[in-house]
Design a binder for this molecule. Structure first.
Ligand code: TXA
Ligand code: MG
Length: 348
């Protein structure tokens, strides 16, 4: 296949034009790729039942074939048709959190192509809470596999511009619905084990899940290096205040690096770096999550050699901290001044 021309269509995020959604749905129905906004991040969509389309999606994203995709649906009814069995907990969670930023992992129905699920026997399902995503799913009349619309391992996109930076000329269409409301990916919950395990923290907290299903735990998995900007990242945990942050920046600059600093309004105060990005006030966890990827991408655009990121604490910061720990090559423990490795480049 030759290089497709990527059509960008502006769509009203609150009241999407039916004609634009219809065109995008036709692209999906004929096996093409469409990037579209959700309330979390932009997704790179393909018909989940179309093996060739899904295979091409993996190739375009440069994603390892064994890493499964999230399949997007309009509602629970459509979701359960893609699962081999549906526990009562799934019903309860869908009632409470769908449409919304929760992905539920269930046993895969045999009719869903294996390739969509990374070759495995489980399927990740989510009903997104965004009028464009919902309209597209309704008109496509089929489930849509959509990973975040970034090259594998890199920072997720929260604007159409971010999508184009990675994929211009590689997809048929991008629906531009402006900036994503939450800015960080969904919580992924595995319901194929007991107690259920959170595989990835997101906008739905562990506490909120426990209120619905009782017990749920964090998955203890090796931290993989993902969500990574081009520049290397050092994460400085914050408990000891800003002095350690300043020392890490100063040391890197003294070594000749152009250093980008990303942190809270309170944390970056008085710290001198080459470029500074503020992702919000310390107490505003949702605001920080919304700005996290925008700040990291801006620092890459500013061509820094190293990004020093301020760690986050407090309720609601788990998802952002998970992404920063994964992205970081080094983590500086501010309390003890010690260092440990961040996300590891796992062999695939
Ligand atoms: O908010 C989101 O979840 C966004 C939007 C577009 O919906 N999507 C997204 O997809 O972040 P992706 O592919 O970038 O991340 C999906 C995560 C990966 O960590 C993947 O390993 C996990 O979900 N996952 C998908 N299917 C799975 C399965 N069957 N079992 C376990 N984990 C799964
Ligand atoms: Mg992703």
């Amino acid at each position: 296949m030759g290089r497709p021309t990527t059509r960008v269509i502006y769509v009203d995020a609150r009241d999407p034009e039916e004609e634009a959604l219809w065109q995008a749905a036709q692209v999906l129905r004929s096996g093409g790729l469409v990037a579209f906004p959700t309330e979390t991040v932009y997704g790179l969509g393909a018909d989940a039942t179309h093996e060739e389309a899904v295979t091409r999606l993996y190739q375009v994203k440069q994603r390892p074939p064994e890493r499964p995709l999230i399949v997007h649906v309009t509602d629970a009814q459509q979701a359960w048709r893609l699962a081999h069995s549906v526990p009562a907990q799934a019903e309860e969670l869908a009632q409470r959190f769908w449409p919304g930023p929760l992905t539920i992992v269930l046993p895969r129905h045999q009719e869903v192509p294996r390739v969509t699920c990374g070759g495995g026997d489980t399927i990740a399902l989510r009903a997104p809470d965004h009028p464009i995503a919902q309209g597209l799913l309704r008109l496509a009349e089929r489930p849509v596999a959509a990973p975040s619309a970034n090259l594998s391992g890199a920072v997720s996109p929260v604007t159409a511009g971010h999508v184009l930076a990675d994929f211009e000329g590689k997809l048929e269409m991008v629906l531009d619905g402006g900036r994503c409301r939450l800015g960080i990916e969904s919580t992924v919950l595995d319901l194929t084990c007991q107690p259920p395990r959170v595989l990835r923290p997101g906008a739905v907290s562990l506490e909120a899940l426990r209120q619905v299903i009782g017990e749920a735990t964090w998955a203890e998995e090796p931290l993989e290096q993902r969500y990574k900007p081009r520049a290397d990242v050092v994460l400085v945990e914050v408990q000891a205040g800003s002095e350690r942050l300043a020392a890490v920046v100063e040391e890197a600059r003294a070594g000749g690096d152009r250093v980008g600093l990303a942190g809270t309004a309170e944390g970056v105060r008085g710290v001198e770096a080459d470029v500074v990005e503020v992702w919000g006030r310390r107490a505003d966890a949702p605001g920080i999550a919304r700005n996290l990827y925008v700040c990291l991408r801006r620092l890459d655009e500013a061509a820094v050699d190293l990004i020093v990121a301020e760690g986050l604490t407090g309720p609601g910061s788990e998802a952002a901290m998970h992404r920063l720990r994964s992205a970081a090559g080094r983590i500086v423990d501010a309390e003890h001044g010690q260092e440990r490795p961040g996300g590891e480049e796992l062999a695939v």
